[in-house]
Design a protein around this ligand. Structure first.
Ligand code: ATP
Ligand code: MG
Length: 380
């Protein structure tokens, strides 16, 4: 029970739960970037496909960043080849759906959310694919209390996100498509090819309106879990999101996202930690590719994926450590534990890989001596 209080002290701390002044932890793309989307819509004089909020050019600019004629700066969301984004956006303007494929942590979910936000102004019509995803998540379900009381009726029908998107000219997102059992995946075939969803219980069908499309993501490491049927695959254009091509690109991605996350989490500011970020990226790239940057030493790769996403969380964790327990500067020992945690997923095999890397590579780099010592400390 909440006790009313007049104590200013209590008020200052907010009192009960659900304080309105506390921002949501993670706003949707269309909320977080509402100002950019509005500026793009205002500046956008190119033709828009039916029901699109923006033209394909403006959607691409939203994703890759740019400067509008009135000087508004659009921040880059995705760092990668422009052509990939153009193909993805163009696909959404056709009758084919879009499949974003790639290794874990290559921004598939991120790109899908931003595309949906830019094209239809909402990114929340989302189906999370798992082995337990049932047909209702793609077609429709029922409110059983109403169904029992009234029998099948439009009011008792619970539309899936896909059905809602069809009705509302919007983009539906399906995450981890290949984790969904094949017979459930097949429910999408009629939707994608006929653009209709029959409801036999009511003797009706829902026909998709212009502007409807689907963006699915799938992890290429999951391949073989539930292979996409060829019938379904033919209804998708596939865009493969690559791991960052160069070290500089990866440093750029990590730096940007760490800054955004730090602001969102309201972490105390820690000065740009370029040196530590570059080191994390170098280590991850070397372990991932199985050789040192200079190509001289061959390395074993650990079992986990060391994607930009892991680098982002290692650095963010390091900043939290530095801000709350350190001297406010990101130091080698703030990232050492995080790196160890990211690399060593399997306690035996990965630890051997890490120890070998530490002794053969890290130790040899003279200017990495403080980092080497920090790693030795946390490795125990
Ligand atoms: N090329 C990139 N440009 C911008 N951000 C990137 C890039 N690659 C990775 N990221 C960042 O990495 C984080 C993780 O990305 P995301 O969750 O979208 O990966 P994913 O491909 O969906 O991974 P998973 O297969 O594990 O679901 C996001 O914060 C995203 O901003
Ligand atoms: Mg994902």
């Amino acid at each position: 029970m909440t006790v009313p209080t007049t104590s200013p002290d209590h008020d200052a701390n907010g009192g009960g739960t659900g304080r309105p002044e506390e921002a949501v932890l993670r706003p949707h793309a269309e909320q977080a970037f509402a100002a950019e989307l509005a500026a793009l819509a205002a500046a956008d004089d190119r033709p828009r496909p039916p029901a699109w909020r923006l033209s394909p050019w403006a959607v691409t600019t939203y994703l890759l960043g740019g400067v509008l004629p009135d000087g508004t700066v659009i921040s880059p969301k995705y760092v990668g080849p422009r052509r990939l984004v153009e193909v993805a956006v163009a696909t959404l303007a056709t009758d084919r759906a879009l499949l974003l494929l790639g290794s874990p942590g290559t921004a598939k979910t991120w790109v899908s959310e931003h595309l949906a936000a830019a094209v239809s102004g909402r990114s929340t019509l989302l189906v999370q694919g798992t082995a337990g995803t049932a047909e209702e998540a793609i077609r429709y379900g029922w409110n059983y209390a109403r169904l029992l009381a009234e029998g099948p009726s439009a009011a008792a029908l619970v539309p899936s996100p896909v059905m809602s998107a069809m009705e509302q000219s919007a983009i539906a997102r399906i995450e981890e498509l290949t984790r969904i059992p094949s017979d459930v995946q097949d429910a999408l075939i009629t939707v994608l090819s006929e653009k209709t969803l029959p409801v036999p219980e009511l003797g009706i069908e829902v026909q998709a309106r212009q502007g409807f499309n689907v963006i699915a993501t799938a992890n290429d490491r999951d391949r073989g879990v539930n292979e996409l049927s060829s019938a379904l695959r033919r209804r998708f254009n596939t865009v493969v999101l690559p791991l960052p091509g160069s070290e500089d690109e990866e440093v750029d991605i990590v730096t940007r996202r760490v800054a955004q996350l730090g602001t969102a989490l309201e972490l105390p500011p820690v000065p740009a930690a370029t040196e530590e970020i570059r080191r994390v990226v170098t280590i991850f790239r070397e372990l991932r590719s199985g050789q040192t940057t200079d190509g001289r030493t061959r390395l074993k790769s650990p079992s986990g994926t060391l994607s930009p996403a892991e680098a982002i969380s290692v650095v963010t964790q390091g900043i939290a450590l530095a801000a709350h327990f350190g001297d406010g500067q990101l130091r080698p020992h703030d990232v050492a534990a995080g790196i160890l945690g990211a690399v060593v997923k399997d306690p035996v095999a990965d630890r051997a890989v890490w120890t070998e890397y530490l002794e053969a590579v890290v130790r040899e780099r003279r200017d990495w001596a403080p980092f080497y010592r920090a790693c030795r400390e946390v490795s125990g």
